[in-house]
Design a binder for this molecule. Structure first.
Ligand code: ACO
Length: 462
């Protein structure tokens, strides 16, 4: 375990500097989020003018609080922050989150350097400045000032952008992607992406790590932390275009750097680069719920020939292959198809395919040693109702025994309207990896293949 960050994510005592009675202030929201957390700890509001806020005794200074302090949230104007950090250092506070903006992101490098100088010769860990804080959904602690509760799960997210981080919480909830922890890193004067990757690598509540980055401070440390992490690491790196890099500099004051170098470094370290946040969630859903693919040979089952071709193209464009069926599998599937078609890959079950054809052909591909991953697709054809397709998917994907026996991922997609939407909603809420586009599905299957390759390399290296 990264020892110091254990008390950062699971503090027993928390102070809030800049806590306020004024409900419009960030310091009020931060204190309230702590108080409504489903988490046992001692909370100390700090405000020089108040005796009590939200029913909790208030202290004038950090140094006046009795006992050890594991974590302090700071929400006072930037110019006061250095003095607060000095107080925290004197009090031997273990961790600090500086919510306040007004540092290097607005060109105020001097003030940020002052903070760094104070931190010299101190064991205190500092997140920020210019951050939202974090939400630890696994333990029920909200150490942020932002509204919204994350659905509990096993994806841990690191975001260099606070606002995007907030959006990610709500998008993840909407997409039924569960979160263990989500944290904003802001200007990264101390706690950096690599520290957090190291922590999440050893955190038993985290299964997949996701990052939104604009720039990293130390490329080598960043790469090594991804390399060390024995869990999938998904990276959205922004600032690819010249205009995007310019926007990066004014957003968090960081230099986007050469995109080609980032691309190569992430790949070499064993991370998976995602094109955007939606793709990160798509891949996270697949990685969290499905076994990795042992190879890149994909079997496709569909009731619509056109959708099968689109999926084939999307797979091939993303480093996957769609091989011909083995004779044995051909024979098995031939038995369940109507006479008008012959089995192929993609397997076209034809427009009237119901529950049985989907289930039996998926099972045939699971049993085929030449297939590493399976895609099951349906177009709203009008003969069999969509519920037959979704029923078959639910049975196959959630069948624990099938997973244990064959260790092959199954992903699903559909083309259709309202009737399908309602059923897909149910599937998503049950954790089924189902995607509204061939491309999004193929990219997620690619992630499962890359994870399978990473695990093989890890095993070879011992
Ligand atoms: N110790 C403790 N409390 C103090 C001290 C002190 N030394 N000095 C002042 N305070 C109190 C103030 O009196 C006030 O309390 P009050 O309402 O009872 O008077 C409280 O601390 C806050 O101070 P204000 O001067 O009122 O500052 P305000 O709350 O307006 O703004 C803030 C502070 C929120 C930190 C602001 O400067 C800021 O940086 N805002 C941006 C924050 C942000 O967006 N961060 C990035 C997040 S990431 C994202 O994008 C979501």
């Amino acid at each position: 375990m990264v020892p110091r960050l254990e008390s950062f994510f699971k503090p027993k005592t928390i102070g809030v500097v800049g806590a306020s009675r004024n409900t419009t202030k960030i310091g009020h929201a931060a204190l309230k989020n702590l108080l409504i957390s489903d988490y046992e700890c001692k909370i100390y509001p700090i405000n020089p003018k108040e005796k009590e806020i939200l029913g909790v005794k208030c202290y004038k200074k950090v140094t006046q609080i009795p006992g050890e302090i594991d974590l302090v949230l700071v929400s006072v104007p930037a110019k006061i922050v250095p003095q607060i950090i000095r107080d925290c250092k004197q009090k031997k506070v273990k961790n600090v989150i500086i919510i306040s903006s007004g540092f290097s992101e607005v060109g105020n490098h001097e003030l940020e350097e002052e903070l760094k100088a104070i931190l010299e010769k101190s064991n205190m860990r500092v997140l920020g400045p210019n951050v939202m804080g974090y939400k630890n959904a696994s333990d029920g602690l909200d150490a942020s000032f932002v509204y919204g509760r994350a659905r509990q799960g096993n994806l841990s997210l690191i975001s260099q952008s606070g606002a995007l981080g907030i959006g990610m919480i709500h998008l993840a909830n909407h997409e039924f992607v569960g979160i263990s922890k989500i944290i904003g890193v802001g200007n990264k004067i101390d706690i950096d992406d690599d520290d957090l990757i190291d922590y999440f690598a050893q955190d038993s509540d985290t299964k997949v790590v996701g990052l939104y980055i604009e720039a990293v401070k130390d490329g080598r440390k960043f790469m090594n932390s991804i390399k060390r992490c024995k869990k999938p690491v998904l990276v959205v790196k922004a600032g690819k275009s010249i205009a995007g890099a310019r926007a990066t500099a004014s957003h968090t004051g960081s230099m986007a750097g050469s995109d080609k170098i980032y691309e190569a470094a992430i790949k070499q370290a064993g991370g998976i680069r995602c094109r955007d946040i939606v793709e990160l969630f798509d891949m996270a859903r697949a990685l969290a719920g499905q076994p990795p693919a042992q190879g890149n040979r994909i079997g496709i089952i569909t009731n619509g020939g056109g959708l099968g071709i689109l999926l084939t193209d999307a797979c091939e464009a993303n480093g996957l292959v769609v091989p011909k069926l083995s004779f044995k599998t051909y024979k098995k599937i031939d038995k369940i198809l109507p006479d008008i078609v012959k089995p192929n890959n993609p397997v076209d079950l034809t427009g009237d395919a119901g529950f049985y054809r989907y289930e039996a052909s998926t099972r045939a591909l699971l049993e085929d040693p030449n297939i590493d991953g399976i895609i099951v697709a349906s177009v709203h054809g009008g003969y069999a109702r969509p519920v037959e397709f979704t029923g078959a998917i639910l049975k196959m994907i959630r069948g624990r025994k099938l997973h244990e026996e064959y260790k092959k991922p199954i992903l699903a997609t559909w083309i259709g309207g309202k009737e399908f939407e309602d059923l897909v909603w149910d599937l998503k809420s049950a954790g089924v990896p189902i995607y509204p586009s061939s491309w999004r599905l193929a990219r997620s299957m690619m992630a499962l293949y890359l994870e399978g390759e990473r695990l093989k390399r890890e095993k070879e290296a011992g």
